[in-house]
Design a protein around this ligand. Structure first.
Ligand SMILES: Nc1nc2c(ncn2[C@@H]2O[C@H](COP(=O)(O)OP(=O)(O)OP(=O)(O)O)[C@@H](O)[C@H]2O)c(=O)[nH]1
Ligand SMILES: [Mg+2]
Length: 203
């Protein structure tokens, strides 16, 4: 009886946990973004900008919103490190793809890396938030312009949003994350991952 009640309690009141991969080419601002996420949601100081070094391993950020727990995985974007990304695809509910909007010379590389992400079968159906970062920089192109540069037909076939913002001043972050949470909550992929976890728990 207790376990039935506990199960019901858990089902109704426990928060869903989502895993969000933060991807993008090197220097796009992924680690700066994860630190800003921590400071926005946990109200604690993130690492100062000058202490952030290029990522080689994995940075993890955990935050809790009113109804959900979010676990962010930030990986290195240097070309030689991108092969590691796909090891995390299978367990990710969604992706934040970060682009340096002020570095036009990196757009082609960013587009071809994004194309591989979108086409990968282990990420099928995962909502993608494309974060047009560094909007605080005078050289930044707008999110609309970036969306034109990066247009991929595969993006029309899944939940995708271009959001402009800045990991320095925090603009655009909450709006983008709110959208992502709504998409993950109604995503068939979330349902499939939940079923898989429950089945594994019964073995
Ligand atoms: N102006 C501006 N600079 C930023 C912003 N976000 C990051 N940067 C700068 O961009 C550079 C790269 O930032 P990182 O966060 O290390 O980039 P990354 O994508 O994690 O890079 P890798 O770990 O090498 O893949 C640093 O000099 C940051 O200070 C931003 O929103 N605005
Ligand atoms: Mg990094």
């Amino acid at each position: 009886m207790f376990s039935l009640f506990y199960g019901l309690w858990n089902h109704v009141f426990s928060k869903s946990e989502f895993h969000v991969l933060i991807l993008g080419v090197h220097k796009a601002g992924k680690t700066t973004l994860i630190e800003k996420l921590k400071s926005i949601y946990l109200k604690e100081d993130g690492l100062p900008h000058d202490r952030i070094v290029p990522t080689v391993g994995l940075n993890i950020g955990r935050i809790e919103d009113a109804n959900v727990k979010l676990v962010f995985w930030d990986l290195g974007g240097q070309p030689g490190l991108r092969t590691i990304w796909e090891k995390y695809y299978d367990e990710a509910h969604a992706v934040i793809y970060v682009i340096d909007s002020a570095a036009a010379s990196s757009f082609e590389d960013a587009k071809s890396a994004l194309e591989k992400v979108v086409r990968h079968e282990d990420l099928q159906g995962a909502p993608i938030l494309i974060f047009a970062n560094k909007q605080d920089s005078p050289a930044a192109v707008s999110e609309e312009e970036l969306a034109r540069h990066l247009h991929l037909k595969e993006l029309d076939e899944r939940p995708c949003m271009f959001q402009g913002g800045s990991a320095f001043d925090g603009t655009g972050i909450k709006h983008g994350v709110d959208w992502l949470v709504e998409e993950m909550e109604r995503s068939k992929r979330t349902e499939a991952l939940r079923t898989r976890t429950e089945a594994a728990g019964k073995i």
